[in-house]
Design a protein around this ligand. Structure first.
Ligand SMILES: [Zn+2]
Length: 450
């Protein structure tokens, strides 16, 4: 039993589960206690990912077990309420959300195993390095991503692409397979066919699959055009021995990060697919010339939000975030993410920032998450998440798109050419298409066949 459980929550008699007022009291109680339990779990997770040690991993797994007990306690009771006669739609929705206890439905030993598998995969991913003969070993962020984004040397690209997969994919393959088994088992214990069905349920839509298929079919002609154009441009650049116009495009030649991580791989850098006469200004070079620092990148992003009348990040954000890779020898997980710690306006970002335009735009994306956290912090903790899993990301994408516009980059002194002609505009649109349109069928395919 969680320490905050039975002692404080009034006992619920059979009749109470038909009573809407009792349900509201139950939800309020959940809200107060969940803040503390989730905060402790998030804090322990933060400590682990910003200082990867066995001890911190143990502490995180321990807090996760406490959180799990807590979720089971409330999940079981949420299932008992008979909501058919309830009037308040929010109450019904909150109870429904609490009923879904996700992985926590697993038996205790399997849950611990699940958490360990996840932590071990994260550790392999964060600490992996690719080494070759006399060259120094490279980690994913930033070195390998830099190679994938800028190199046009086919051997080097293949080395980075394959090396990364050997160092991570091959290592975690069996762990991942077992993780999938346990995930599906957890979903089944929650009354879903598999984890895919559980994920889809979060969209609260009966037509999600059909909507996505229709959307994909609408997009298909544009995608095929883009694919063909890119295929030919790479063929011109690398020649017929590497690019077969009748075969697929080799993955290592697309100019993307080895893990697909840096979605803006080709952003604002000359690439084979752009109109050749118009070499875009190298914004990264301009930033470096102006001696930008990571703090300035975050501050400028915050200014953008406040200029729209939105909220500034709270003072603790600046104190507690990890905005650059630590130099004190700590192992950290560099994967960029925004954190809600659910207590006292504690919101953070973890990022190993480099002074590049890609990182500047990624900061705008992460700061949109912080903005979203700030905007919904007064709601019940059950509603402290995006309206559905895609929505919060979409807000981030809109903000990033605005921030990457010619007008905004000109405003913050990162472009010198005042006017764009039609070729500049085509290049801009092409880059956006390569980042966004090219990814959609790939992402859709993964979801269809995972
Ligand atoms: Zn995001």
């Amino acid at each position: 039993m969680p320490p905050l459980g039975d002692q404080l929550l009034p006992t619920l008699a059979t009749d109470d589960f038909y009573n809407e007022t009792k349900a509201k009291i139950f939800l309020q109680f959940y809200d107060q206690t969940a803040k503390v339990v989730l905060n402790q779990f998030m804090e322990a997770t933060w400590n682990y990912v910003t200082n990867i040690t066995r001890k911190n991993q143990e502490e995180m797994l321990h807090k996760d077990m406490e959180r799990s007990q807590f979720m089971i306690y409330f999940g079981i009771r949420a299932c008992l309420f008979k909501v058919a006669q309830f009037q308040d739609q929010d109450v019904k929705r909150m109870l429904r959300k609490l009923q879904n206890i996700d992985k926590v439905a697993l038996p205790k030993d399997e849950l611990r195993e699940y958490n360990e598998l996840l932590a071990n995969m994260e550790m392999t991913y964060s600490m992996a390095q690719v080494c070759l003969n006399e060259r120094p070993c490279l980690s994913l962020e930033p070195e390998l991503e830099e190679v994938m984004a800028t190199s046009r040397n086919k051997e080097e690209l293949l080395w980075a692409w394959q090396g990364w997969r050997d160092a991570v994919g091959c290592q975690i393959r069996t762990t991942f397979e077992h993780y999938v088994e346990l995930s599906n088992k957890a979903a089944q214990l929650n009354d879903y066919k598999d984890m895919g069905a559980l994920w889809r349920s979060k969209y609260e839509s009966d037509t999600l699959k059909q909507d996505l298929e229709r959307f994909f079919q609408e997009l298909r002609p544009l995608y095929l055009n883009l694919h063909t154009y890119m295929h030919r441009a790479l063929h011109r650049h690398y020649g017929p021995e590497l690019i077969d116009l009748r075969g697929p495009i080799p993955a290592h030649l697309r100019g993307k990060g080895p893990a697909g991580g840096r979605v803006l791989g080709q952003h604002l850098r000359p690439g084979p697919a752009l109109l050749p006469k118009k070499i875009p200004e190298d914004v990264t070079k301009i930033m470096k010339g102006q001696h930008w620092k990571s703090e300035k990148m975050f501050e400028d992003s915050e200014k953008f939000f406040t200029s729209l009348g939105l909220l500034p990040a709270p003072p603790s954000f600046w104190k507690k975030s990890m905005l650059t890779r630590p130099t004190d020898g700590r192992e950290v997980e560099c994967h960029t993410s925004a954190w809600n710690l659910y207590l006292d306006d504690d919101f953070r970002i973890k990022k190993c920032t480099e002074v590049t335009i890609e990182d500047l735009l990624s900061i705008f994306h992460e700061m949109s998450h912080i903005q979203y956290f700030l905007q919904y912090k007064n709601l019940s903790i059950i509603f402290c998440e995006g309206a559905n899993p895609a929505f919060e990301e979409a807000v981030g994408s809109v903000i990033t798109l605005l921030a990457s516009s010619h007008k905004h980059l000109l405003n913050i002194g990162l472009l010198s050419l005042k006017h764009q002609d039609s070729e500049d505009e085509v290049n801009f649109l092409m880059r956006i298409a390569l980042q966004k349109i090219a990814f959609i069928p790939f992402g859709y395919l993964l979801d269809l066949f995972h």
